[in-house]
Write a protein that binds this ligand. Structure first.
Ligand SMILES: [Zn+2]
Length: 468
């Protein structure tokens, strides 16, 4: 048998095992796992001696070319997916947002038009947001018509549905959240929930920025107006809706101990349909970043939390209370962030991270003894594939897509805007040294990163229709 590519001499790291093997690839799929140094016909090979070979990392939460009040997020589908690839990512999931007057599938078609330059495979979450116009013209309810479109969106490949419990324009009322979860349950989809109590946050923000407020409008007040008890309350409500509806629900970007404990409790009670996601910034960066003069750069929601929460979050990752780590990559330039110089409410929320997840979790997780190599592969690669419905990805086994990362633990990378590839002029992790970094990346059998250089092709990424 001949192969298109063989990755030789590497240490294979999966969610449940670490072993030596050569990986043979044919027609974009893993064709064989061979004992190390097997004899095979001469052909293209990649020497992974001294390196880990992982399933390609999967990022279930990014915002490329997303329209906001501060303009589009800074990465388009080309720069964003290239940066992802250079960080070891072989598939990601972005979002479709919807206007009240278009159907979910029409919104998907429009969004797909924007993705043509993707260099890695991708899926799209379908956002269910208010679409019904009451008398004042501001949509606040999710219509029955909208919910009836969920099966068509699922059939079109959007098997996961985003719901917001905060943000004017996106926030759904409790009844609508529950009705949406029931509809998601009917198609066996997955609901992804942004869980914060939006009504209370809006009141706190107004009070903090009122002319006679003593506090002022600097970046730290972003965190103070989104206390962790607020996140806790919303996660509790989301879990209740998941439990009563029976829908599978992933709580997005859990950032604090309070909120993580709600998911821990749900799992302890035997709920098998509740899942938790966290992000590298909640594991590595503390709330004190917001106290810096340029603290607005780190404004994101939920906000960064005190250092004490981080140790708990690491523990919950290794104990599987939290299922996956995604980036919530939402890049804005300094100029965009500077809109909120005098009022934190005007700063667009989000931090970049599409390229740094695998490296940061290796540095702060594996190297510091908080995660095993297998935990690392599980939370970055395998569980994201399973939870988000990428049936052919996330595993190193015959028949799966040949999406692989060769991670070299002897590389040293200092993070900075110059050493990373997102289209922004700052880094959330400036100066952090990562010992170990993705060296080569293979996407469906094609080497798209070679010796840390991008070698793929614009437009090579495919929209993956996901299902469960
Ligand atoms: Zn997000």
């Amino acid at each position: 048998m001949t192969f298109d590519l063989i990755i030789t001499n590497g240490t294979v790291v999966t969610a449940d095992a670490t072993y030596q093997a050569d990986i043979a690839i044919r027609e974009g799929k893993i064709a064989a796992l061979l004992p190390p140094r097997s004899a095979f016909p001469a052909g293209p090979s990649l020497d992974a001696d001294g390196c880990y070979v992982l399933p390609g990392a999967i990022d279930g939460h990014v915002h490329l070319h997303m329209h906001t009040g501060a303009g589009y997020t800074a990465d388009d589908w080309c720069t964003g997916t290239m940066a992802a690839a250079l960080g070891g990512v072989t598939a990601l999931v972005d979002f479709v947002e919807t206007n009240p007057d278009e159907s979910l599938t029409d919104a998907l078609a429009k969004r797909l038009d924007e993705t043509r330059d993707a260099v890695i495979d991708f899926g799209l979450h379908m956002t269910i947001q208010p679409d019904e116009h009451p008398s004042d013209g501001v949509p606040r309810r999710v219509s029955a018509t909208r919910l009836a479109q969920i099966p068509a969106a699922y059939d079109a490949g959007c098997a996961t549905f985003k719901l917001y419990m905060a943000y004017p324009g996106f926030q759904v009322q409790d009844g609508d959240l529950f009705r949406a979860l029931c509809a998601v349950r009917t198609v066996s989809g997955l609901a992804c929930i942004h869980a914060e109590n939006g009504d209370v946050i809006e009141a706190l923000r107004q009070a903090a920025c009122s002319p006679n407020a003593a506090s002022g409008a600097t970046a730290i007040h972003h965190a103070r107006t989104r206390p962790s008890i607020n996140e806790y309350e919303a996660v509790t409500r989301a879990v209740m809706c998941a439990e009563v509806s029976g829908a599978r629900a992933l709580i997005f970007h859990i950032g604090c101990e309070h909120a993580a404990r709600v998911v821990a409790d749900a799992k302890l009670r035997g709920l098998s349909n509740v899942f938790g996601e966290t992000c590298p910034h909640y594991l590595v960066l503390g709330e004190d970043m917001l106290e810096r003069p340029d603290g607005r750069l780190w404004i994101c929601a939920p906000p960064l939390r005190p250092q004490a929460d981080q140790d708990v979050m690491w523990g919950m990752l290794s104990s599987r209370v939290l299922d996956i780590v995604s980036t919530d990559h939402c890049p804005f330039t300094r100029a965009q962030k500077d809109r909120g110089k005098d009022d934190f409410r005007r700063t667009p929320g989000g931090v970049p991270g599409i390229e740094t997840r695998l490296g940061l979790l290796h540095e702060f997780g594996v190297r510091r003894g908080r995660l095993s190599l297998n935990d690392w592969a599980r939370v970055c690669c395998t569980r994201p594939a399973e939870l988000h419905g990428f049936g052919n990805k996330g595993h190193i086994a015959v028949g799966y897509d040949a999406d692989l990362v060769v991670f070299d633990p002897s590389l040293c990378k200092t993070l900075s805007p110059g050493s990373l590839h997102s289209a922004i002029d700052w880094s959330a992790y400036d100066g952090v040294e990562c010992h170990g970094w993705p060296r080569d990346v293979v996407s469906r059998g094609n080497v798209i990163v070679h010796a840390q250089q991008f070698s793929g092709t614009r437009g090579q990424g495919r929209f993956i229709k996901r299902s469960f």
